[in-house]
Design a protein around this ligand. Sequence first.
Ligand SMILES: [Ca+2]
Length: 346
Amino acid sequence: MTGKVEKQMSAEHKSLNCSLPDAPPNGHILGIHYDTNGAAELLSDEIYFVCEEGFRLIGSETRKCLPNGTWTGSSSTCLDPKLSLTSECDVTKCLNGGKCAGGSCVCGRGYYGNSCELDIDECRNQNQPTTEIIPDDVGSMAKRAANDNGGLCRHKCVNTPGSFHCVCPQGYNLHKSGDCRDVNECSIGSHNCSRDKQCFNTGGSFECVHVTCPNNYRRTSPFVCERDSCRNANCRKNPIRINFNFIDLPRSLPPPVDIYRMRAKKRTIPENVRNRFQIVRSSHPGIFGVKKLDPVTGILVLRRPLDGVRNATVDFELRETTSTRPRRINAKYVTRLVIFVSPFDF
Ligand SMILES: [Ca+2]
């Protein structure tokens, strides 16, 4: 039975308005309900083709009705394995590598239409969350890629006649799965950092980093500044040590996320001593917060999205105090976190 089917789906779906294809000879279409008047109604936006026993399905097993009134996939045929693929073919009719079977064209990968004259735009479904509406004709590699990252390509999909290819931004290599993998410029030596700086790899790029210690501090290793001996009380209020750490984050990190863990060197502390973890300086107040995991461990947490932030600096302090009166600060240690945010989600 053929006819035009219309179905009003839930609010987020548009009305389905696809012409129902003919059931293949020696086969059936599933996913359609016929009322007592013989009117067809789609049970969902998908239909399924099955062949009678002994016949082999050629073409799409599943087709989905798109909002523009067309079906994904290509026409389906139930082929009698006893018949040759070309027995009834008009070889000039099926284009782009399509084969004729049962009087109609079974299209090669990347094409659809009665004569396989139409190119499947694989990139149209790039951002769909599942493989469901990717035409069956798309190769299994593309489907695997779609499963990996919700689209055929991680970054950009370029449709071509009968196929497609993926493009990555500069600073990334394209993987065969369609994923974009960061180039580590620091390990392959393609960075241009001068000798007095260190290369730090980031998503899509790299940074040349250098630590300058504040006055009255001495650099004791590439990323550690230790306070010199103090001559007055004011000096003793400054942190004993400043550690520098560099962090690379993707743009769309969904908060809350633990960013950095700070542990006191003293794993056990006397009863009258408390460790306090806090942010004492931040380039982006409100975006980061602190939680205390246990008496000796504090965690810097991303509390708000990084949208638009490219670089951030946070001074994360461990303050050791006496908990009995008179309260006294025994020591302060600061970790200066320099955070680089990738312009992409990967
Ligand atoms: Ca990089």
